[in-house]
Write a protein that binds this ligand. Structure first.
Ligand code: DP6
Length: 331
């Protein structure tokens, strides 16, 4: 039997402005809160998929290296859903590459699972259905559901159960020419991943109920600020969402502290820049790096200031990115 057609998909990473932290259903990976993100043009994953009846198992290459264990299991779990939908049985060869420095600790699971969903659907002969791709990506990693779309994207809170829950576009990249400056900071000891971290927070943090309440309000505020292109309102809500998520995680037992000294250094520098009239607001995911929302006019100044701080090893300026794309080889 011949191998099937090869599909290549590209997806950008995204950063949540209203954070997702907590699940309504662990088994089906349903978020407990609504999140709203901006897609980052500068951070891209490219993933190739080809189903081949000659293979005895799924093969995964990540940034040129053969992957094993948990990484392959997570890819196989998504491919199994796609095989069921397409009624095929062949295993697949998957090769995935990130445009951003490997091992920098910048989240690649969002762009990675979004690109995998689109490439595997196309290689399996399924139509390009963005809701299905986003729902499949969400089942692997909820933030990945948002990377199917470009611009500004919402993933709603869900109910426990197996119902489809895709992310929805809020506004395209052309809506607002924002900049996000990424400060890559030195890494400390290996940190607890998002899935485990949010589960631990939900079980042990006394502030978890307060966090869930706050998310209702903040996700609405973030979306309104995006629609009105009000950077101050967006920045204030996004910064509160990030710091409240971290405060909730820090109050868990044992504490979950993703901040390194350099993380806090960046947050203070951003506040000082603001005091000097610069448009800059910080957000931080489940790691030590800091992403700063700013304008096209202030982006270079923000980048230079962040680059001069102790513990900042790299800086990247990103525009707002477009939707994930896919091509079938030979078309
Ligand atoms: C802090 O999407 O990685 O980046 O669904 O368990 O795979 P799982 O979690 P994941 O969590 C992302 C958490 C976050 C905030 C966000 O992106 O909304």
């Amino acid at each position: 039997m011949n191998p099937g057609r090869r599909a290549v998909a590209r997806a950008h990473a995204n950063i949540a402005l209203a954070k997702y932290w907590g699940k309504a259903d662990d088994v089906h990976n349903v978020p407990a809160v609504t999140s709203v993100s901006v897609t980052l043009e500068a951070l891209t994953t490219t993933t190739e998929v080809q189903f081949d009846p000659a293979l005895g198992s799924d093969l995964l290459e990540l940034d040129g290296r053969q992957a094993e264990g948990r990484a392959v299991e997570r890819v196989t779990a998504m491919l199994d859903r796609i095989r069921r939908a397409a009624r095929i049985e062949a295993h697949a060869r998957v090769a995935s590459r990130n445009s951003f420095p490997t091992g920098s600790g910048l989240a690649s699971s969002a762009s990675g699972f979004a690109a995998l969903a689109l490439a595997a659907m196309a290689a399996a002969g399924l139509d390009l259905d963005r809701d299905l791709a986003s729902d499949l990506a969400r089942r692997s990693s909820a933030s990945a559901a948002r990377s199917i779309h470009g611009g500004f994207v919402r993933l709603g809170a869900g109910e426990p159960g197996d119902a489809a829950l895709p992310a929805e576009p809020v506004a395209p990249a052309s809506h607002w020419d924002l900049r996000v400056v990424v400060a890559v900071t030195t890494k400390g000891p290996k940190k607890i991943g998002s899935t485990e971290g949010m589960g631990h927070t939900a079980r042990t943090s006394p502030y978890y109920a307060g966090w869930i309440d706050l998310c209702q309000r903040l996700s609405g505020e973030v979306e309104r600020a995006v629609m009105q292109k009000d950077l101050r309102a967006l920045g204030e809500a996004a910064e509160q969402s990030a710091l409240a998520m971290h405060a909730c995680a820090m109050a868990a037992r044992p504490a979950l502290i993703y901040f390194e000294p350099s993380t806090l250094g960046c947050v203070h520098a951003v506040r000082a820049m603001r005091d000097r009239g610069c448009a800059a607001w910080a957000t931080i995911d489940a790691g030590p790096h800091v992403k700063v929302l700013t304008t096209s006019d202030d982006a270079d100044r923000v980048r230079q200031e962040l680059a001069s701080l102790p513990g900042v090893v790299d800086t990247i300026i990103s525009r707002v990115g477009g939707p994930a794309t896919v091509e079938l080889e030979g078309t």
